[in-house]
Ligand binder design. Sequence first.
Ligand code: SAH
Length: 406
Amino acid sequence: MPAPQAERFKRGDPLEHTSKGGLALPLPTSPLAEPGEERALVFDAPVRGSAKPPKHWFDLEPAARATAVAALGLPAYRARQVATHVFGRYEYRPEEWTDLPTDARAQLAVLFPSLLTPLQELTADRGLTVKTAWALTGGAVIESVLMRYPGRTTVCISSQAGCGMACPFCATGQGGLQRSLSTAEIVAQVADAETKLATGVVAGGPGQVNNVVFMGMGEPLANYVAVMAALRQLVRPKPDGFGISARGLTVSTVGLVPGIARLAAEELPITLAVSLHAPDDELRDELIPVNQRWKVGELLDAAWDYARITKRRVSIEYALIRDINDQAVRADLLARELRRRGDWNWAHVNLIPLNPTPGSKWTASRRRDQQTFIERLERAGVPVTLRDTRGREIDGACGQLAASLA
Ligand code: SAH
C-alpha cells in the first residue's frame, strides 16, 4: 500500500521548520519515471582517439595565440591582424584576410581547422528562429538555435553532445552522453551565429548576438573547464574576444551544486539558471535524477549564494507538466522556499510550458493551472515570467534538442 502523501512528504521535508503540518503535496502514483527505462547518470565522457577535436584559435587565450603565431615563424603583429578579422569582422577563413600575404594565410590555416560541419538548418517563426545541426569531429551531432526578438538576438548553444543527466522529460537526456565539447567547439557556435547575423542571411536584417544561453544540449557544469574558457572568449573585449556583455550570458544547470559554487567564485557577472522543476525532493528525485545527489535545499542554498556573491538575480527554470508539478500547493512551496532565503528578488521564476518530446506521455499544463501557478507566485511577491515556445515546431525549443535529423 502506498503511504499517505503527507506522510511520504515528511521524509526529508525541506520546509519542516517553516510550515508545520498540513502540507500535502500530491505525488503522481509510481512508477513515475517515463519514458522507457531509467538511465544512469554520467558526469564525464572523455574524448578519445579520432573523436578528439583539433586545437583551434578559439581554444587559445590571447597570449597563447601570439605564441602560436610566433611558432609558425610569423611576426607577432599578425596575431593582432587575425584577431581583428575573427572577432571584429567575423571572418574565420584565412582566405578572406586579404590584407595578409598569401603565404601567411596558408600557414595560419592550421590554427583554423573545421570544427563544425553543418548538417541541417531549419527555420521557423518567419525565419526569426534558426536551428542548426552540426557534426563534430568523430561524428557526434549537436544543435544550436538562433532566436531573434525585437531589439535583441539570443543564441542557445550546446556544451556537450548528448547529456548524461537522464531527465526523463528531456529529449537530449534520452540519448545519453556522447562527449563533451572543446572550448573552440562551444565558441564556434556563437561565431557562426555572429556571421549569420552580420551577413544578413537571417531574417530581421543585420545584427549581433546579444545573449548566449547554455541551454542547448548537455550539462554545462559537467564540462566546466571548457565552458568557463568559452565564456571568457565571449566576454573578452574586441578585438581579442567577442565583446559580449557578461550580463548577456546565461549558464543553465540541472543542479550540480559544487559547480555553482565554483562559478560564483569566477567573478564574472553571468546569469545562473537553475532547472528546478519541483520544489520538493520527492518529486524532484523523480524528475531530475541528479537530485538524488544534491537535494532541493542544498541547490537553492547554492543558488542563493550565487545571487549574493555576484549580485545577479538567479533564474529558476520550471517546466510546467500537467498534473505532475503544476499544483497550486507546489507554487506556494516554491514561493516559500525562495522567499525564506531572501526577499530582495534574488530569484526570478521562468515557467516553461512543457514541450513535447518523442515517446513522452507528459504534456503541458492546462491554461488555468498555469495561470493559477503564476498568480500564486505573484501573490507571494516572486517575480515570474512565462517562456515563449520559440522553435517548437522545428524541435528547437527547450528540451527538444535530440540531434535526430528530420
Ligand atoms: N543541462 C542544463 C542545460 C539544459 S537547458 C539544464 O538542465 O539546465 C534546457 C532547459 O530546458 C532545462 O531547464 C530543462 O530542464 C528544460 N527542459 C527539458 N526538457 C523540457 C521539455 N520537454 N519542455 C520544456 N523544458 C524542458
